[in-house]
Design a protein around this ligand. Structure first.
Ligand SMILES: [Zn+2]
Length: 349
């Protein structure tokens, strides 16, 4: 998306919002996270994809995944960020930071010559700390999950094209967990983003991100994508799935890191203080919470033959346990053989 002028920029923001809302041209369906328009209604509202067989999120477990030694640590080549701007928006479903077409290339080491360009990051969270993340890790749901949405710049010229293309997107998922001993810097990463939730773009806060949705956005200084990723970028899961919001398009290569980023409770509370669109009947402000979809089956039973593989970059504890058990197994075989020989000798005797 080559954006330079104000008109083009406006068009790009509209395109972005349409894509993120799943409300494509001529599509009158609106969705949300309530009973009638929430995740359980999406398969009916968005028939083409939301009831598909490669849906996201899923439950991530070591036991159900396959170790792939070719999955190496991620490398990121970034430009100089000084003087550049990102834009933070509340789209009514979630809060997101648009990277404003920054030319950052991520090379996923397994695909060395491939090219992925981060487009935006958004989050999903709950109204209490026991729920909120979309993916589950070893049976656990985290209070917050960030999604860095990237597009494949080998085959596509823009996010808008890639978002509609086959295998056009890749998303990095990051869990957050609460640790009140952590102090976030207001000048870096998630700490800086949160500090912009209630920062006025002009003089009043009428259009602050925490008060207003579908606002034009608030500028914030650009920063390294690495600030939104955990320290350990070598341990992660990979699988092929979908967007977790309508239209649930199945064109996403998912990478979800195992190590959560730690944030204090006060930072989590800032997310819960964001506003969703007002209640249409009462006109009352509603807190933006529980904007997550529950886990979908990795391998749906129907249609028959729907099989997906969940890969992991790290050796498993199960593997380690088996390695420890292996000599015991050999001993068992040896003991069984000795018993057999003894039995034969007894028979002959
Ligand atoms: Zn998401």
């Amino acid at each position: 998306m080559a954006v330079s002028g104000g008109l083009l920029c406006g068009a790009a923001v509209v395109t972005l919002l349409c894509l993120l809302n799943g409300a494509e041209a001529g599509d009158p369906v609106q969705w949300g996270y309530d009973k009638g328009d929430g995740p359980s209604a999406w398969p009916d509202l968005y028939k083409r994809w939301c009831s598909g067989r490669k849906q996201s999120p899923i439950k991530l477990t070591t036991a159900q995944s396959v170790y792939d030694p070719s999955l190496d640590t991620y490398t990121i080549s970034e430009p100089a960020y000084a003087g550049k701007q990102y834009k933070i928006l509340n789209d009514g479903h979630k809060v997101l930071v648009d990277f404003q077409n920054m030319r950052v290339n991520l090379s996923l080491n397994r695909h060395e010559r491939e090219c992925f360009r981060p487009h935006h990051v958004h989050w999903h969270w709950g109204d209490k700390n026991s729920i909120g993340s979309e993916h589950w890790l070893e049976g656990k749901q985290y209070p917050l999950e960030g999604h860095i949405v990237m597009w494949d710049c080998r085959f596509w010229d823009s996010f808008a094209e890639a978002a509609h293309g086959i295998d056009g997107l890749a998303v990095l998922g990051v869990f957050y967990e609460i640790d009140n001993s952590v102090q976030l810097s207001p000048d870096r990463g998630i700490g800086e983003i949160i500090s912009f939730f209630d920062r006025p773009q002009v003089s009043s806060c009428d259009q602050c991100v925490n008060k207003d949705y579908n606002n034009p956005g608030v500028n914030l200084p650009a920063f390294s994508i690495k600030e939104l990723l955990p320290k350990d970028m070598s341990s992660y899961f990979v699988y092929y799935g979908s967007l977790t919001t309508p239209d649930c398009r199945e064109n996403v290569m998912w990478t979800v890191f195992r190590e959560p980023i730690k944030i204090p409770q006060s930072a989590m509370d800032k997310f819960r203080n964001l506003s969703m669109p007002q209640n249409s009947t009462t006109g009352l402000r509603r807190p933006m919470v529980n904007n997550f979809r529950g886990p979908m089956p990795l391998n749906p039973a129907d249609p028959i033959g729907a099989r997906r593989q969940l890969s992991r970059s790290f050796g498993s504890d199960v593997g380690a346990a088996m390695a420890v058990c292996a000599p015991d197994k050999r001993l068992l075989v040896l003991a069984a053989s000795l018993l057999a020989v003894a039995g034969l000798a007894a028979c002959r005797g």
